[in-house]
Design a protein around this ligand. Structure first.
Ligand code: ZN
Length: 142
């Protein structure tokens, strides 16, 4: 009879999965946003990770850098939509492009806001790494 693996829940979640579900980059267990996993329409962010008490805004104004990430994301999205529009319609009307690009920017802004911060913390902050020790127990049980 196989013994139950008591460490199975200690197996680390992949960085991609944790980022997709907006989990804390330090423990990959606590939510970064109050609306949890994939609910991107409420953008209230926790100050500290509810699981390991990591402070998300590591320095005052740290998330200003996320503006540049968000800028890069918007440029990539606009280029994709513009090329896609041209490929499918072969239109040369500037109004079609202006309308579509502004619409896409507006519709994707909650997504860009959330994932620019997540990308910044997961992949653009060299001193911030996953810490398996922090994932073992919630901070209030230590
Ligand atoms: Zn955490």
């Amino acid at each position: 009879m196989a013994t139950p693996d008591k460490y199975s829940d200690l197996k680390p979640v992949s960085a991609f999965n944790a980022a997709l579900h907006s989990k804390c980059p330090k423990c990959r267990k606590g939510d970064m946003f109050k609306s949890g996993g994939l609910g991107i329409f409420s953008q209230k962010m926790y100050t500290y990770c509810p699981y390991c008490h990591f402070q998300f805004e590591m320095e005052p104004g740290y998330f200003y850098v996320a503006m540049f990430v968000s800028y890069g994301m918007i440029v990539a999205e606009m280029i994709t939509v513009a090329i896609g529009t041209f490929t499918f319609t072969h239109s040369e009307s500037p109004w079609l492009y202006i309308g579509l690009l502004l619409g896409v920017t507006f519709i994707l802004s909650p997504f860009n806001y959330r994932y620019s911060r997540i990308i910044l913390l997961y992949w653009l902050t060299p001193k911030l790494h996953y810490d398996p020790e922090r994932a073992k127990k919630p901070y209030d049980e230590l």
